[in-house]
Design a protein around this ligand. Structure first.
Ligand code: HEC
Ligand code: HEC
Ligand code: HEC
Ligand code: HEC
Ligand code: HEC
Ligand code: HEC
Ligand code: HEC
Ligand code: HEC
Ligand code: HEC
Ligand code: HEC
Length: 576
C-alpha cells in the first residue's frame, strides 16, 4: 500500500505552483483535463488559470468519509445511485462505485457542474456556459450497465474461477489495481497523462490494454485478431467500453447478429458476405430473437428456440484453419471453440466434429425445425442425433460410416467407408461448395431446408424427369449408374427385380418413368427402424381412399416388400 502521507505531501507541494513544469503533472497541460484557460480542449474555464484546482486543493479538501485517501480532492462526490454492469457470465459482483472511480464520476456522471469546486465560493465559469458534462460520449451518466465493470476486487481467485483472465499478480506495471486489488477507472485511465489518447494507461492498439487482463483462448490465431482490417482495433472491433449498445458483454449492438453483420459481414465490409445467404428464403433465422441466446447456456439443456451467429461460431477463436470443411466429420477453424452436443447427447465445451454444433439444437434435448415445411414420414424424428445413430439399420455416414456394404452408384471420391458432413447437404445454393462464389456454411439457401442444391420432394408425379431435380443426391450418387438399364443394372443399384431373363431397374422405373421423387421412399438422414434409408413420405404413400381402412405405408425388410397406397388402395404387396 502507498504511504498516503508521502503521496499527499508531494501533491501538496505541486499544488503550490500555479505553473506546473515537471514530471507527470506537466503532462496534463496538453490534455483535455487541463480545464484552465490554457487548456486545449473545448471544455475550459473563462478565467481560471490554475490547472490542478478542478480536482485538487491544498486546503478544505473533500472528505465525506466514504472514500479513503482522497488525494486532496476539491470536488463534492456524486450522491447518484448507479445502475451497475451485469451479465450471466460475470463472476465478480460489482457494487456501487468506490475509490478513484467516484472521483472520475464527480464529473463524468454528468450530475455535478465541472466548475463546482470546494475551494472556491462560486462555481468556476466555463467557456460557453458549460456546467455539467455535456451529453455525449464523455458523459457516462448514472447508468453504468453499459460500461466495463469497476469497483470490485480483481483477485487471483476471481481469475481462476472465471478463467481466461491474467493472474492479477502478473499485470503489466502500467495497469494498476487500487490498493493492489480493486479494479477502478484508474486501472485503464491515468487522468494526468494522455500518451495514447483517451487517457489510457496502455495503447489500445492490437488489443494491448484488454490483453493485459484478458487472456482469451485461441485469440492470437483467430481471424479477428490477425486480419489486416481488424488487427489494430482488435477487441474494440466488436466491444465498446462505454455506452455499449448491447450492454451485456459490452457489444456495440443489442441484436446479437448485428455485431457481425452491421459493419463487416454485410457485403460491403471487410468480412465475407453472410448477410446475403442469411437473408435467403430458407435460412437460419438469426434475426428472429434477441436476448434469448446466452453465452453460458448448457447445450445439453432444453433451450428456448433461437439461433445466433455465436451459436455456431466463437468470435474469439474462429479462423480459417482447414477451411472449407473437407475432412468429415472433423470441425475446422471456423467452428473452433464452439460448444455442442455429441452423438450421445452429452454436452461438450469445444466441438471436435461439425455435427456436434448442429446437435445442440437439432439433437440432444432440442429439435428445432419449421413445422410448416416438415416432411411427414412414417417414422417421425426431429432429434437428428437419433437418426444418425451409428446403431441404426441405416443412416447417411455423418456420425459414423454407413451400414450398407454395397452402394454401387457412388461417384469417384466416395466409398462405403466414406463419411460426410451435414453441410455437404445443407448450405447455400450459391456457395463455393455448391459451385458458386458465395460463403460456405448452412446460412441460407433458395432451396427448402437450407439445401445446397435442388431436391424436388413436394410434388408427385414429377414429370418430365430431369437429373437437375435431384442435383443434391447426384453430388455423390451417379445417376447414370443409379438408373442403368440392361445388363449393367446390378452394377449400378440393388433396387431391381428379375423378370424372366431381364433385370428391371426399379429406380429407373419409379423415378424416371413414373416421376416418384427419391424423398417419397428415402429419408435423407437415417431411421431407427428401416434399412436402405427407407422411410416413406406419407403425403404420397398413405392411403387416402376414405372408403378403405387407413393403410399405413410399410417397408418389410425381410420380405423385401413395400406396402404403400401408390400401388393400389388395398395395400398391394410389392416385391422387387
Ligand atoms: C481532472 C481531474 C484531475 C486534475 C485536473 C488533476 N488531477 Fe491529480 N488526481 C486526479 C485523480 C482522480 C487522482 C487519483 C488517482 C488514483 O487514485 O489513481 C489524482 C491523484 C493525484 C496525485 C496522487 C498520486 C497519484 O497519482 O495517485 C497527485 C500527486 C496528483 N494527482 C497531482 C496532480 C497535479 C499536480 C495536478 C495539476 C497539475 C493534478 N493532479 C491535476 C485527478 C486530477
Ligand atoms: C473536473 C472534472 C473531471 C474529472 C474529475 C475527471 N474528468 Fe475526465 N474529462 C473531463 C472533461 C471536461 C473532459 C473533456 C470532455 C470533452 O471534451 O467532451 C474529460 C475527458 C476525459 C476523457 C476523454 C478524453 C478524450 O480524449 O476524449 C477520458 C477518457 C476521461 N476524461 C477520463 C477520466 C477519468 C478516468 C477520470 C478519473 C480518474 C476523470 N476523467 C476525471 C473532466 C473531468
Ligand atoms: C477496462 C478498462 C476501462 C475501464 C475500467 C474504464 N475505461 Fe474508460 N475507456 C476505456 C477505453 C479503452 C476507452 C476508449 C474507447 C474508445 O476509444 O472508443 C475509454 C474511453 C473513456 C472515455 C471517453 C469517451 C468514450 O466513451 O470513448 C471516458 C470519458 C471514460 N473512458 C471514462 C471512464 C470512467 C469515468 C471510468 C470509470 C467509471 C472508466 N472510463 C473505466 C477503458 C476503460
Ligand atoms: C485491468 C484489467 C482489465 C482490463 C484492462 C480489461 N478488463 Fe475486461 N474485465 C476485467 C475483469 C477482472 C472482469 C470481470 C470478470 C468477471 O468478474 O467475470 C472484466 C469483465 C469484462 C467483460 C464482461 C464479462 C462478462 O462476463 O460479462 C467484458 C466484455 C470485458 N471485460 C471486455 C474487455 C475489453 C474489450 C477490454 C479492453 C478494451 C477489457 N475488458 C479490459 C479486467 C479487465
Ligand atoms: C468479432 C467480434 C469480437 C471480437 C473481435 C472480440 N469479441 Fe469478445 N465477444 C464477442 C461477442 C459476440 C460476445 C458474446 C458471445 C456470446 O454471447 O456467445 C463476446 C463476449 C466476450 C466476453 C464475455 C463472454 C466470454 O466469452 O467470456 C468477454 C470477456 C470478451 N468477449 C472479451 C473480449 C476480448 C478481451 C477481446 C479481444 C482480445 C474480444 N472479446 C474480441 C465478440 C467479439
Ligand atoms: C443454436 C441453435 C442451432 C444450431 C446450433 C443449429 N441450428 Fe439449424 N436451426 C435452428 C433454428 C432455430 C432453425 C429454424 C427452425 C424454424 O424455422 O422454425 C433451424 C433450421 C435448420 C434447418 C431447416 C429446418 C427445416 O425445418 O427445414 C436445417 C436444415 C438446419 N437448421 C441445419 C443445421 C445444421 C446443419 C447445423 C449445424 C451446422 C445447425 N442447423 C445448427 C437452430 C440451430
Ligand atoms: C444426404 C443429405 C443430408 C445430410 C447429410 C443431412 N441432411 Fe438434413 N436434411 C436433408 C433433406 C433432404 C432434408 C429435408 C427433409 C426430408 O427429406 O425429410 C433435411 C432436413 C433437415 C432438417 C429439418 C427437420 C427434419 O427433420 O426434416 C434438419 C434440422 C436437418 N436436416 C439437419 C441436419 C443435420 C443436423 C445434419 C447432420 C447431422 C443433416 N441434416 C445432414 C438432407 C441431408
Ligand atoms: C447453424 C450454424 C451457423 C450459423 C447460425 C452461422 N454460421 Fe457461419 N458457418 C457455419 C459453418 C458450419 C461454416 C463452415 C463452412 C465451411 O468451412 O465449409 C460457416 C462459415 C462461415 C464463414 C466462412 C465462410 C467462407 O466461405 O469463407 C463466415 C464468415 C461465417 N460463417 C459467418 C457467420 C455469421 C456472420 C453468421 C451470423 C450472421 C453465421 N456465420 C451464422 C455455421 C453457421
Ligand atoms: C455428400 C455425399 C452424399 C450425398 C449428397 C448423398 N449421399 Fe447417399 N450416400 C453417400 C455415401 C458415402 C453412402 C454410403 C454409405 C453406406 O455405405 O452405407 C450413401 C448411401 C446412400 C444410401 C444407402 C443407405 C443404406 O443404408 O442402404 C441411400 C439410400 C442414399 N445414399 C440416398 C441418398 C439420397 C436420396 C440422397 C439425396 C437426398 C443422397 N443419398 C445424397 C453419400 C451421399
Ligand atoms: C420407390 C421407392 C424409391 C425411390 C423413389 C428411390 N429409391 Fe433408392 N432405393 C429404394 C430401395 C427399396 C432401395 C434398397 C435396394 C436394396 O438394396 O434392396 C434403394 C436403394 C438406394 C441406394 C443404395 C444403393 C442402391 O442403389 O442399391 C441409393 C444410393 C438410392 N437408393 C438412391 C436413390 C436416389 C438418389 C433416388 C432418387 C433419384 C432414389 N433412390 C429413389 C427405393 C427407392
Amino acid at each position: 500500500m502507498k504511504c498516503p502521507a508521502k503521496r499527499f505531501f508531494v501533491l501538496f507541494m505541486l499544488l503550490g505552483f500555479v505553473v506546473v513544469t515537471t514530471g507527470a503533472s506537466a503532462d496534463i497541460l496538453t490534455t483535455k483535463h487541463n480545464l484552465s484557460t490554457s487548456g486545449t480542449g473545448t471544455i475550459i474555464a473563462t478565467g481560471e488559470v490554475r490547472v490542478c484546482i478542478f480536482c485538487h486543493t491544498p486546503h478544505h479538501s473533500t472528505d465525506d468519509g466514504t472514500v479513503d485517501n482522497l488525494p486532496l480532492w476539491n470536488r463534492t462526490l456524486s450522491s447518484a445511485v448507479y445502475n451497475l454492469y451485469g451479465s450471466s457470465s460475470l463472476v465478480a459482483t460489482p457494487g456501487q462505485p468506490t475509490g478513484a472511480s467516484r472521483l472520475c464520476l464527480s464529473c463524468h456522471d454528468g450530475t455535478i457542474a465541472i466548475g463546482m469546486v470546494q475551494s472556491a465560493a462560486a462555481e468556476v465559469t466555463m467557456v460557453g456556459g458549460v456546467e455539467e458534462m455535456p451529453i455525449g460520449t464523455s458523459n457516462l451518466e448514472t447508468d453504468l450497465s453499459d460500461d466495463h465493470p469497476i469497483s470490485f476486487p480483481y483477485t487471483a481467485a476471481l481469475a481462476s474461477t472465471r478463467g481466461e483472465l491474467v493472474d492479477p499478480g502478473s499485470l503489466p506495471a502500467e495497469v494498476k489495481l487500487e490498493d493492489g486489488q480493486t479494479l477502478q477507472c484508474t486501472s485503464c485511465h491515468n487522468p494526468h497523462k494522455d500518451p495514447y489518447g483517451m487517457f489510457l494507461v496502455l495503447s489500445p492498439d492490437h488489443s494491448a490494454l484488454c490483453l493485459a487482463c484478458h487472456d482469451k483462448t485461441g485469440w492470437a490465431t483467430s481471424s479477428h485478431a490477425t486480419d489486416a482490417a481488424m488487427e489494430v482495433e482488435g477487441c474494440e472491433n466488436c466491444h465498446q467500453q462505454h455506452g455499449a449498445g448491447g450492454a451485456e458483454h459490452l457489444l456495440q449492438f443489442a441484436a446479437e447478429e448485428s455485431n457481425c453483420l452491421a459493419n463487416c459481414h454485410n457485403g460491403t465490409g471487410d468480412g465475407v458476405d453472410i448477410d446475403d445467404p442469411i437473408t435467403k428464403m430458407y435460412n437460419h433465422p438469426v434475426d428472429l430473437t434477441t436476448g434469448i441466446h446466452d453465452v453460458t447456456e448448457d447445450p445439453a439443456a432444453v433451450l428456448t428456440k433461437h439461433v445466433e451467429c455465436v451459436d455456431c461460431h466463437n468470435p474469439h477463436q474462429a479462423n480459417d484453419q482447414d477451411a472449407p470443411l473437407a475432412d468429415p466429420p472433423n470441425a475446422n477453424g471456423r467452428l473452433k471453440g464452439v460448444a455442442g452436443v455429441d452423438s450421445s447427447a452429452v454436452a461438450t465445451d469445444e466441438v471436435d466434429f461439425e455435427y456436434e454444433v448442429c446437435f445442440k439444437c437439432h439433437g440432444g434435448s432440442n429439435a428445432f425445425a419449421d413445422a410448416g415445411i416438415l416432411v411427414p414420414r412414417v417414422i417421425q424424428q426431429q432429434k437428428q442425433n437419433l437418426r444418425f445413430d451409428p446403431t441404426n439399420p441405416s443412416h447417411h455416414p455423418v456420425v459414423d460410416v454407413g451400414e450398407n456394404p454395397d452402394v454401387p452408384n457412388l461417384r469417384a471420391g466416395y466409398t462405403e467407408l466414406s463419411q460426410i458432413y451435414c453441410t455437404d447437404c445443407h448450405g447455400s445454393d450459391d456457395s463455393v461448395k455448391a459451385g458458386g462464389t458465395g460463403a460456405d456454411g448452412p446460412h441460407g439457401s433458395i432451396y427448402p431446408h437450407i439445401l445446397l442444391a435442388e431436391y424436388q420432394q413436394d410434388i408427385y408425379p414429377l414429370q418430365p424427369y430431369s437429373d437437375a431435380d435431384y442435383a443434391l443426391c447426384f453430388i455423390c450418387h451417379d445417376p447414370t449408374l443409379l438408373f442403368a438399364t440392361g445388363a449393367s443394372v446390378s452394377s449400378g443399384t440393388n433396387f431391381y427385380k428379375v423378370q424372366g431373363a431381364n433385370l428391371i431397374n426399379e429406380h429407373q422405373s419409379h423415378v424416371v418413368a413414373k416421376g416418384v421423387a427419391c424423398s417419397v421412399c428415402h429419408d435423407p438422414h437415417g431411421t431407427t427402424d428401416h434399412p436402405y434409408l427407407i422411410n416413406f413420405d406419407r403425403r404420397f404413400t398413405d392411403d387416402f381412399n376414405v372408403s378403405d381402412p387407413i393403410q399405413e405405408p410399410v417397408f418389410d425388410p425381410v420380405g423385401q416388400s413395400c406396402t404403400v397406397s401408390c400401388h393400389n388402395f388395398a395395400g398391394h404387396i410389392h416385391n422387387y
